[in-house]
Ligand binder design. Structure first.
Ligand code: 2U9
Length: 344
């Protein structure tokens, strides 16, 4: 039995030394030290030994078992360490390698213009108001002095969702909602930027979806001079200090009187060129004194309060400012076009 134990010890030592992975080592542990392992089966034969031999063989068996246990543990930590080192080597990140540059986006020219318009008006004490793009017939038309049979409704062929719901054709309904929520308090001094929709065939100067910035001021004693002064201050900040301006009479159902504002041509300064169709003037926005009926719909007594309103198309402002000749450039996402505005 002693020899058997000695040979088991030698054999196990060899195999433990040769083990190359923790799984193989586990198998060896079961094979030699497990409940049904080789040492246990040797110990089971102890009952046939003489009483003198029994303690000696018992001590040897214990020693062999302890030894094997020791070697297996040592080998275990050796293999674990090797596995860890291999993993560390595999997962090493070289922080000195150059990074992969990511292309940098820019603000879309149309958004840049809208933000600039907002900044200018916020600088004059206006607040920015927003509202739903799906509107009721009431807020989009009725409250703005465009009753169902009004011929001006033909001017704006609309996208109807139901007979009472449509995609807003202008951002004016936001102003009606703002007036109503102020419950008659003054001043109202807001601008409303946003997307609007009209049934139109797309071409270089028309789009079925475009943007607007409209504005509204309501207070006591607001006159046409406030309108002109405010809009001239806007034009000078947008297009430069050295410009002439003029107001021409116009018509909008929601304002009376109504005007359109021209500035001296941004391209030729007024001497006449292709951009201004040789007139020297460029139209930049529409405006007017808020119609008394619209003030009343907004909850304001038109005998005590007056107001002015205006509307402009950021696409048009951007076309003029950057000399772009086709409005579709804003919506087709041609990177060759957009990259020219990365610093704007
Ligand atoms: C309320 C009362 C009055 C908004 C106004 C215009 C004149 C105007 C067009 C310019 C080019 C729209 O983008 S465009 O197609 N708009 O000329 N808009 S006055 O008047 C209002 C708005 C709200 C309660």
């Amino acid at each position: 039995m002693r020899e058997k134990l000695e040979s088991l010890k030698r054999e196990a030592e060899e195999k433990i030394r040769a083990a190359s992975d923790p799984e193989g080592l586990k198998e060896l542990r079961v094979k030699y030290l497990g409940k049904k392992g080789e040492i246990t089966s040797v110990l089971r034969g102890m009952k046939d030994l003489s009483p003198e031999e029994r303690p000696v063989v018992g001590a040897l068996a214990n020693e062999v078992r302890n030894r094997l246990e020791e070697w297996i543990r040592a080998k275990e930590s050796e293999l674990e360490e090797a596995r860890l080192q291999a993993r560390l080597k595999r997962e090493t990140v070289d922080v000195t390698l150059p990074g992969q540059p990511r292309p940098l986006g820019g603000v879309h020219p149309l958004n840049a213009v809208i933000e600039q318009i907002e900044d200018i008006f916020v600088g004059m004490g206006f607040e920015v108001a927003e509202g739903p793009e799906v509107e009721t017939d009431y807020y989009n038309f009725e409250a703005l002095n465009l009753p169902k049979d009004h011929p001006a409704r033909d001017m704006q062929d609309s996208f109807y969702i139901t007979p009472e719901l449509l995609l807003r054709t202008q951002t004016s309904p936001v102003q009606v909602r703002s007036m109503q929520s102020k419950e008659g308090k003054v001043p109202v001094k807001i601008i409303c930027p946003g997307k609007v929709y009209r049934r139109d065939d797309d071409d270089a100067t028309h789009s079925h979806q475009f943007t607007q910035v409209e504005g509204l001021v309501v207070d006591r004693g607001i006159a046409m001079s406030e309108l002109h002064g405010t809009l001239l201050a806007f034009a000078e900040q947008m297009f430069g200090e050295k410009l002439e301006s003029r107001l021409r009479p116009s018509y909008f159902p929601f304002t009376e009187p109504s005007v359109e504002m021209d500035i001296s041509c941004v391209q030729c300064g007024g001497s006449g060129c292709r951009m201004c169709k040789y007139s020297g003037w460029i139209e930049i926005l529409g405006a007017g004194m808020v119609h008394p009926r619209v003030l009343e719909r907004g909850g304001y007594d038109s005998e005590r309060y007056t107001g002015f309103a205006f509307g402009m198309g950021p696409e048009r402002i951007a076309l003029l400012k950057y000399g772009i000749d086709d409005i579709r450039q804003f919506y087709t996402n041609d990177l060759r076009f957009l990259r020219q505005f990365q610093s704007v």
